[in-house]
Design a protein around this ligand. Sequence first.
Ligand code: IPD
Ligand code: CA
Ligand code: CA
Length: 273
Amino acid sequence: MNHPQRLEQMIRIARRAGDMIVQARQKQNFSHDYKGGDELVTEVDVAVDQMIAEELEALFPGEARLTEELAPDRSQLEQRGPLWVVDPIDGTVNFAYGHAHVAVSIAWAVDGEVQLGVVHAPFLGETFTAMRGQGARLNEESMHCSRPTTLERSLVATGFPYARDKRAPLIRRLNHVVHACRDVRRNGSAALDLCHVGCGQLDAYYESVSPWDFAAGLLIAREAGASTSHLYECPEGLPVELYGENLLVSAPGIHGALGDLLRGADAGRPVAP
Ligand code: IPD
Ligand code: CA
Ligand code: CA
């Protein structure tokens, strides 16, 4: 199967997943559970993960999968060859509370380089896609990031981990950003934040997340013209495109300034008045 045909299948599967998510919300009869202490997971997260796994296995038997609920073994990141990276529901808390920022994220990487990405947001009616080197699309239309040149004119998104004891240093960063930028958004889906940088609904996004949260969205943002980097050097031996610590994705004209601001916050620099 060539890359456009693969992408078609990914879109079909993501839309099927989106239909399951919409129906589950309409029925409101899904159970809630917690993993690792405070992290919410619903039975819909697991059912969607299962459906996507079955679809991918039927079409691409034997290709490795890294999926948040059923196959979260990160040692697969060190292997060469094809790898599917899937978040069945990105924005689980939004899903459970009835908010619209919810997405299905499916990426396909080869030797650690993401080749294809789909992020489908069923409640927003937005399907973002990208093929490496071929640009990014929103609902089939070509899309591009915004072009701000100053932080004062930039809308910046971020997120926080479920572990509350890891949030303090992020509040320091937030304090700097909120003083320097137009405003801040915490929309609750990393995959969508990245796509929204890609289409200009946001000017920048920074966060530390897991591979399934960002693999597809990062490709989509980059193909739409956004600058993508990590605030600090990545460890040897892990593919940079699947390493989610200290991600920074933004319109090109503010990338350097925002990186400096965030590193300055980490270093304890005082907030500019
Ligand atoms: C979460 C969302 C959120 C981000 C968290 C992620 P989930 O994914 O992407 O925006 O801030 O770090 O874990 O749990 O809803 O799939
Ligand atoms: Ca996620
Ligand atoms: Ca998830």
